[in-house]
Write a protein that binds this ligand. Sequence first.
Ligand code: PGA
Length: 256
Amino acid sequence: MRRFLIAGNWKMNAGPTEAKKLADEIAETWNGKSPKSEVLICPPFVSIPFVVKSFRDTALKTGAQNVHSESNGAFTGEISTEMLQELTCEYVITGHSERREFFGETDAVVAAKTKRVVTNELKAIVCVGEKLEERKNDSHRDVVKFQLEAVINSIDNEYASDLVIAYEPVWAIGTGETASPEQAQEMHKFIRSILSDFWSETIADNIRILYGGSMKPGNAKELLSQPDVDGGLIGGASLDSSSFNEIITIAESITK
Ligand code: PGA
């Protein structure tokens, strides 16, 4: 059975002081408990050590929002997988739509970064998702298939278990607009079928597919109850510790 992954993506929010406060609030709720779900926070790079420290005595994990595809060298401003490992990060988000849109990350760049992550003993949360026009003109499946295949084509099946896919319809990110549980389930099932055709049904059945895009306490139960929704990648609601804790509590109450 796939274990839920409830992941917070703080984006460019929460510098060290705020990150420590937020992480302490989350840690306080889960301290000494072993949630059934895997719980992760991806803070900005500079805040990672503070979150790691706050989570020290808990089962909560820390990850990064981005990484470079080389291990070191003359890449001003960049961070490598080795550096993230040194900070005890376990996960890295790759291909977030904001990286694609504002930082020009192509499918090839996303594939190279993802490959680097999984071959360096970290796990990748690979984001895919269509824009509003693409949903409207019914090309959303093709767009997602293309984005996903660009990544999995570069990954050997021995690393498939280090992949998590996040379906994030761009029109639902930070907009308050959410995919309906049916729309999410339909796309998640489709993503799983691509993984199954590419590798095998057994491999596909073990890969978690998260939903991202305005997930909040009010819609989490319906979304997370869908058979192919294995967790959430949560932006806005993860910056409020009580909302984020509430989503984890909702995930804990769901049995599939
Ligand atoms: P949101 O962001 O929850 O604020 O919509 C999700 C994401 O971009 O990962």
